[in-house]
Design a protein around this ligand. Structure first.
Ligand code: HEM
Length: 197
């Protein structure tokens, strides 16, 4: 489906971007806290259920964001960025989108392969079915490691991505950050150029 070219992000893309960002940061903190040794078991059970519920929501929103960005608009690059900067920004966006899908699926795998077979009650409303995988302690340890390594790698990338956005805003004074804020007040270097062939 041909995408409509646009100078900036539409409101749906902006809301999804910030909602997913908020969910990912919250899930990183929750994931860290709920796995502390010192935590009370009853509280830990409840935090695991919240983590799994918000994690599934993050997966759903990431899927919607992916479909939206592949079908609705094609955002033109901001003027003044070098070819290397375009390529690095694109690479970062692909990596973050991939991790936004893979990290929750790895979390879903932990719940699915665990011999404890603890159901996932999403927001106490519906039970999320487990993926059809053989259950074993070894598989649970493997997916827990994969989930943790990818989640903390995603944190490092999110920090890099946020640092780059702040650098563009405060040092380069371009529109990289403002157009994801939906701001109508563009900076002096406001024009947007057509992407190359
Ligand atoms: C973007 C989404 C997610 C992020 C950023 C995230 C992040 C994290 C983090 C940082 C931890 C702690 C890792 C550690 O220190 O050992 C964790 C643990 C865990 N997560 Fe997620 N998570 C996400 C989605 C999910 C989903 C969708 C599920 C399941 C449906 C899930 C299930 C779990 C479980 C069961 C653990 C505990 C593993 C253990 O026993 O140590 N996560 N997560």
């Amino acid at each position: 489906m041909p995408r409509r070219p646009a100078d900036g992000y539409d409101p749906i893309a902006i809301v999804l971007h910030w909602l997913i960002a908020l969910l990912i940061l919250g899930l990183l903190v929750l994931g860290f806290v709920m796995t502390l040794q010192s935590i009370d078991p009853a509280l830990q059970f409840s935090l695991f259920q919240w983590h799994k519920s918000f994690g599934m929501l993050a997966l759903l929103l990431a899927a919607v964001r992916l479909v939206h960005s592949l079908t609705v608009v094609r955002v033109k690059p901001v003027k003044g960025l070098s070819a290397l900067e375009h390529r690095s920004a694109d690479a970062m966006h692909y990596l973050l989108m991939t991790l936004a899908g893979v990290v929750p699926v790895a979390g879903w795998m932990i719940a699915s392969v665990s011999p404890l077979e603890i159901p996932t009650f999403a927001f106490d409303l519906v039970v999320i079915p487990h993926l059809p995988m053989p259950k074993s302690d070894a598989a649970e340890v493997w997916w827990t490691t994969v989930h943790a390594v990818l989640a903390y790698s995603m944190l490092a990338l999110v920090l890099l991505h946020s640092g780059a956005a702040l650098y563009h805003h405060y040092v380069r004074h371009d529109d990289v950050l403002t157009r994801m804020l939906g701001s109508r007040h563009r900076t002096a270097k406001t024009s947007i150029e057509e992407p190359g062939p």
